[in-house]
Design a protein around this ligand. Structure first.
Ligand SMILES: *Cc1c(COP(=O)(O)O)cnc(C)c1O
Ligand code: SF4
Length: 385
């Protein structure tokens, strides 16, 4: 196994005197988050544009970077994929006519505040609006990091009530913000309440902590999750440079706690919009027991259009993966339709001649291409014709 480095061993000059047991303490990481341009002195060489962007975007979407995540950044290059995800950029202020404040209509599909119930069987439960790092590509910028929008205890109780009296909900996804911003005890209470509901068969936890604050995955947290196993943990790695030794340990703890791990990558221009980067990421994820679940097309949200790639690019990536990595490393490429249409999957077209839909004969020859572009005939059979 290739040796991965701990972020402590890459810590920038500013943190040289920090002891290892402080660095690996998630409370310390939280308290020492970098929030303005001056905080990056002794951490990175900000370009003039990067420095200016802190003032320019001030007030539109908060900046916060854990020392851990900052240590993964390239100190010199503004093109660093981790810098691009966490440092503000003036392009966030550009507006386009098609952008939407709430692209997935999550607010209008709320039967009660703090719960989006769009698909009959699944519900998103927002339990916190805070995150260790505020991703510049966040699709929920409208409320994430906004202290006035945090879910109150009463609101959460009301959302749990709605789940209790809606037997169609079989799958509950804890979301936010980041649910791991809550304390272990609070999380335990929510999981206990959900496990008491007979019709809730699946509980998922959507969290970026394994990426941005892997120190949060402590043995104590793992014990809480284990008590409610299996919890499906959906995390959000976007680039192989995010999967260092700390993240690998965090994934290992979750696996041993009986969690089922999946990754939801967001396709981002200048971060991961090329096939080899996604291939490397997916191989690293599989090595650590985390299956690539989704590649998500960037939404039509405000202030993230500079991150968007054409749909064609996603299809090229999927085409590259298929055949070159085991099927477990090939995620679904999905577009979440605006207005609450839900997710639809796009797949490369492997059928070059004929169509199963128009087949009217008992035997019909269809022509396929494989991942290498070679052609093969396959006979479709319908003996009931
Ligand atoms: C994405 C999403 C889900 C979960 O979808 P899966 O395809 O089952 O992972 C559920 N509810 C909403 C509102 C969503 O946006
Ligand atoms: S962790 Fe998720 S919710 Fe939080 S800022 Fe990043 S994308 Fe948004």
């Amino acid at each position: 196994m290739t040796s991965l480095t701990f972020s402590y061993d890459r810590r920038p000059p500013k943190f040289q005197t920090v002891a290892a047991d402080q660095w690996t303490n998630w409370h310390w990481q939280h308290q020492h988050r970098l929030r303005d341009a001056d905080d990056f002195d002794g951490v990175l060489h900000l370009t003039a544009d990067e420095r200016a962007a802190f003032d320019e975007v001030d007030g539109s979407f908060r900046v916060a970077v854990t020392p851990h995540y900052a240590a993964l950044m390239d100190r010199q290059s503004p093109a660093c994929p981790i810098r691009r995800q966490a440092l503000p950029h003036k392009d966030e202020l550009a507006t386009y006519p098609f952008e939407l404040e709430d692209p997935l209509a999550e607010e209008s599909h709320m039967p009660v505040p703090g719960l989006t119930h769009r698909y009959p069987d699944r519900a998103l439960l927002y339990v916190s609006h805070h995150c260790p790092v505020y991703c510049r590509h966040c699709t929920r910028k409208r409320k994430v990091s906004d202290p006035t929008s945090a879910a109150s205890r009463a609101q959460l109780e009301q959302a749990l009530d709605h789940i209790r009296k809606t037997p169609a909900i079989r799958d509950v996804i804890l979301s936010g913000g980041d649910p791991l911003t809550l304390s272990d005890d609070r999380l335990d209470e929510i999981l206990t309440a959900l496990r008491r509901i007979d019709h809730v068969e699946v509980i998922r936890l959507g969290t970026r902590n394994p990426v941005t604050l892997p120190q949060r995955i402590t043995p104590e947290l793992a014990a809480v999750l284990q008590a409610h196993a299996p919890i499906y943990v959906h995390t959000h790695f976007n680039h192989p440079a995010e999967l260092g030794a700390d993240a690998a340990e965090a994934l290992g703890l979750l696996l041993h706690a009986g969690c089922v791990l999946g990754n939801q990558m967001v396709l981002l221009r200048g971060v991961n919009d090329d096939p080899e980067t996604v291939m490397t990421l997916n191989r690293a994820l599989l090595r650590h027991g985390c299956r690539p679940y989704y590649v998500l097309q960037c939404d039509m949200a405000q202030g993230i259009t500079h991150f968007r790639t054409p749909l064609r690019r996603g299809l090229e990536i999927m085409d590259h993966l298929r055949g070159r990595i085991g099927g477990m490393g090939v995620p679904h490429f999905v577009v979440d339709l605006p207005g609450g249409g839900g997710k639809v999957e796009l797949t490369p077209d492997y059928l070059v001649d004929g169509s199963p839909a128009s087949s009217t004969e008992p035997f019909q020859t269809l022509r396929f291409r494989n991942f290498q572009g070679d052609l093969f005939d396959f006979v479709d059979v319908d003996l009931d014709r």
